[in-house]
Every structure is written in C-alpha cells, then in structure tokens.
Design a binder for this molecule. Structure first.
Ligand SMILES: Cc1cc2nc3c(=O)[nH]c(=O)nc-3n(C[C@H](O)[C@H](O)[C@H](O)COP(=O)(O)O)c2cc1C
Length: 414
C-alpha cells in the first residue's frame, strides 16, 4: 500500500511533500506551526485574520489599544461606519507578522498566508488590497484566498511586482465557484497556482448551506478534476476537510489530487496557538459535542464544539478595538442581535445572545472552538494519563504520521 511520501507536489521546479497545513485564524495556525510544515518539506499557513491583534500578542505592539483609544467616543453608537482601519498601520502590522515569519523559515518547504476575504474591515477592497500587497512585500511564498472568495482579488494585486512569482491559490467548495473565479480573473492572464477543494467536513466556515451533509468531498474533487482535464487546464487540486489519516490522503492522491490540506489533527500540537486547556476540550470531544451552526456573523455556517464559551455569550460589540467583520457600511450582524437583546432587557441585566456571536472577540480570545467533523477522533491520536489529560503532540509527529502511515493507522506519540 502506498504512503503519502510516495507522492510529491510539483510547483514549477520545486518538489514538496504533498501535505499542506490549512490556515486557522485567529493565530491558531501560528508562525511556529507553519514553520514546522516548511521545515519538514510541506506547506504551512499563517492567517491574515486580525493581524494587528496578533501582532500585539506576538511583538508587544499597541495597535488594538490605540485604535480603541481613537474610537472610544463611538462605543455606545450602533452605527460603526466611522471606525476605519488606518491602512498604513495595517500594512505595518502585516509586514511585521509576515516578515518575521519568513525570516525564520528554514528547510525546503513553503509558508503561505490564508486570507479570509470575509474580513471586510469597513472598507473591503482597500483593506484587502493592503493586506495582500503587504504580505507579498514581506516575502510570503504564497497566498490562499479563502472564505467569501472575492472574485476580483487577483485584479487588486495585478500590478504588484510579485503577482506572477508568488503562488496564488483559492479555496472553493464547488465546480461552479471555481468556474466563476476563473471567468472573473481571466482578464489578469493568470490562473491560480493551486485550488483547494474544501468539502463539508472541514473546520472553520463552510462553503455549503444547510444541506452540507449531502455533499461528498471525493465526488466534488472528481467533478472538478474532470472539468479541468476537459478544459485542458493544468491546475493542482488540493482536497481538504475530513482527511484524518495518511491513508485518507493517499486515496485522494491516487485519484489525481496534487496534495492534501489538513488542519484538525494539528489543533492538538504544541506549535498550535490554542491554549492547552482548550486543546484538552478538543481531545475529549465526542461526536455529539460537535455542531454546525449559524452564529457566525459572516452568514456562513461554521462547525464548532457545542461547549464553546462564544455560544450564547452577550458581550458588547468590540468594533472600536477590532471591527474586522464590519461590512462596507460599518455593519455586522452581531450588532443587531446584541442591540435587540439589550432592548428586550431594559432592566440592564447581562444579556445573552444566542443567534449570533461577536466573532472578533471570541476568536481573539480562543473562546470559539471551531474544528473539523472528525475532531471527535483526536482522542485516538494521543495517550491519556491517569489524571485524564491527553498528551499534547508535536507538529512533527502529526506531519510524519500523515506522511508515512499506511492501513489507516495513526501513530501514537513515543
Ligand atoms: C481551528 C480551525 C480554524 C480554521 N480557520 C480557518 C480560517 O481562518 N480560514 C480558512 O480558510 N480555513 C480555516 N479552517 C479550515 C482549514 O484550513 C482546513 O481547510 C480544514 O479544516 C481541513 O479539514 P480538517 O480540519 O478536517 O483537516 C480552520 C480549521 C480549523 C480546524
């Protein structure tokens, strides 16, 4: 039986181990995790979600404090349209996060940045252009355009000197989404260097509706593969979502995938940004503890542990400090949900909001425990000690397990 290591991802002249660790915002896929993937010959992702906030934690900068200071006068105002990001500071924070990561890169692999286009930041085009350009300036190897795929993104950076040399990829969940993107970006004369095909079992936001369970990743990959072949388009396909063992990965590679993107297995590694007590919750989860719900204010479905503190929390919207989900008109679905509950409880008691969540605050604080469908199998990937605590793994261990395992086996730590 074959192993993942029998395959290689070919990017031009470069050969990589065909394992890509997916982006996990906000700083769950840390620089350290992405650097391990690169050191081991694969591809890792940092995330561009809330980079000023991440920079404050990583480099002791004061972007959040200063932004809150600047807009403090607006905290009680439900209209957040005045709360704008300073584009120069946004570029500076991105340069720090990406630049320091790339300086630390060792080994034959690559580090990409996952760009969540649903972070509309009260000025979608302007902020996206700055985030993409600043990441390219700072030497990122590649950019994966994710959630909310903005069809005009290639055009936003087509004048950048690295537009044709950096790897640019997109995440889609259907052939139709891919076709639309290719049509819209055809004018730039540039195809994506890779396409991540994300199925319904992935972590984070889902590119499917309420009927997500009726879709099958393998079937979507075959449909896209056959269409690309018929169109004579040679674009590497990278399936993602529910690929839990090396053997799962081999099945996709044998069916013509160029690599696989994986994430959930790495949430319980030392290099991952989740605090250890949260990682223990991931280990302990059973199938019934995982749900797909509507609480993300992006409007996309999201998969998470039911015990996430973010669910039902009624914190005041924190847009003056964060504000990453404000649309072009300074609006976020959580603001409406929160204000509705406040109006319903005029006595001033602490409100609970069940239908939406303040995604910025809770992702920042690691209180929204998003995970892939198979998170309930994480307990089979480690050892439990007498106190009931699971051993946190190393990224190298998990990477090697994907790379070398056969027969659906999962190697436990030594
Ligand atoms: C904790 C967590 C956070 C994630 N955050 C993001 C994100 O910010 N952007 C994104 O495009 N995908 C995100 N994803 C999806 C992953 O990058 C990946 O495509 C998917 O989870 C792969 O499926 P798997 O987790 O079953 O291996 C996230 C996944 C997890 C588990």
């Amino acid at each position: 039986m074959k192993r993942v290591d029998d395959f290689r991802l070919q990017f031009g002249k470069q050969e990589l181990v065909p394992i890509m660790i997916g982006g996990m915002g906000v700083d769950i896929s840390t620089a350290e995790l992405s650097l391990e993937a690169a050191r081991l010959g694969g591809i890792g992702h940092i995330s561009d979600a809330m980079v000023p906030t991440v920079s404050d934690r990583r480099f002791k900068t004061k972007y959040v404090k200063n932004k809150l200071q600047q807009y403090k006068f607006n905290v009680e105002n439900p209209d957040k349209s005045v709360v704008q990001f300073d584009l120069g500071l946004l570029a500076e924070a991105t340069a720090l996060h990406v630049g320091r990561t790339m300086e630390a890169k060792r080994g034959p692999g690559m580090v990409f940045i996952n760009c969540m286009e649903k972070l509309t930041m009260n000025a979608p085009r302007e902020t996206l252009r700055v985030r993409l350009s600043a990441a390219l300036d700072a030497g990122i190897d590649g950019i994966t355009l994710a959630a909310g795929l903005h069809l005009g993104s290639f055009a936003l950076i087509e004048d950048h000197p690295r537009f044709r040399d950096a790897k640019l990829g997109i995440i889609v969940s259907s052939l139709r989404a891919l076709q639309l993107f290719l049509k819209k970006s055809a004018r730039t004369g540039r195809l994506p260097d890779y396409v991540v095909v994300e199925g319904p079992l992935a972590g984070g936001h889902l590119g499917f509706g309420e009927d997500w369970a009726q879709f099958d990743l393998a079937a979507i990959v075959v449909e896209i593969r056959d269409w690309l072949a018929a169109e004579q388009l040679d674009i590497p396909l990278i399936p993602a979502g529910g690929i839990f063992t090396g053997s799962d990965a081999v099945n996709f590679l044998e069916a013509g995938a160029a690599a696989v993107q994986v994430a959930t297995r790495f949430t319980v590694t030392r290099e991952c940004g989740l605090p250890e007590d949260v990682q223990q919750e991931y280990f302990k989860a059973s199938e019934g503890d995982i749900e797909v719900n509507h609480i993300s204010p992006t409007g996309y479905l999201m998969r998470m542990l039911k015990g996430s503190p973010a669910i039902g929390n009624g914190i005041r919207p924190n847009c003056e400090a964060y504000g990453y989900l404000l649309d072009a008109k300074g609006h976020c679905q959580y603001i409406d949900a929160y204000n509705r509950e406040v109006a319903l409880h005029p006595e001033g008691a602490k409100v609970r909001v069940w239908d939406k969540t303040c995604l910025c605050t809770h992702m920042r604080n690691f209180d929204l425990w998003t995970c892939g469908h198979y998170a309930y199998r994480l307990k089979d990937t480690s050892r439990k000690d007498d106190s009931g605590r699971y051993e946190i793994l190393t990224a190298e261990h998990v990477f090697h397990d994907y790379r070398f395992s056969t027969d659906n086996r999962i190697a436990l730590p030594e």
